[in-house]
Design a protein around this ligand. Structure first.
Ligand code: SF4
Ligand code: SF4
Length: 118
């Protein structure tokens, strides 16, 4: 789909990205290039039901990458934790979220720390 200015938009509320590459093939200007790392990762905001003491694990059930774990919190709440190393940014967790709490955010991989002998 396109936004109001005509630019292409990936709306994960409509469904997940399969990384099939069809968008790069269709791009006439070369603005979308295949093979680049996808620099987006999922996160949940405070509308998440689990954060508000309502039992829900729907996002975890839809994540093939097993990137979501839950951290227990006081008061019967729990918080989904998204592993940025496992998350592909596919968005499959967002569409089924009953609270619409999940969105994608820019992600920059951290360089590995150089280890030196003592
Ligand atoms: S599916 Fe949505 S509401 Fe349910 S735990 Fe995940 S983020 Fe929270
Ligand atoms: S965006 Fe995809 S890989 Fe990342 S947490 Fe959601 S379902 Fe899992």
């Amino acid at each position: 789909m396109r936004d109001a200015e005509g630019f292409p938009v990936l709306d994960i509320r409509e469904g997940a990205c399969t990384f099939c590459g069809a968008c790069t093939a269709a791009c006439e200007t070369g603005a979308l290039v295949a093979g680049r790392a996808f620099p987006w990762r999922a996160a949940a905001n405070d509308a998440c039901l689990s954060k508000n003491a309502v039992q829900c694990r729907i996002c975890e059930d839809h994540c093939d990458a097993q990137a979501i774990r839950f951290r227990l919190l006081p008061g019967g709440c729990s918080e989904p934790q998204f592993d940025a190393e496992r998350c592909t940014g596919c968005g499959a967790c967002a569409q089924p979220c009953p609270a619409g709490a999940i969105s994608l955010h820019p992600f920059t991989p951290q360089p590995l720390m150089e280890t030196r002998p003592c």
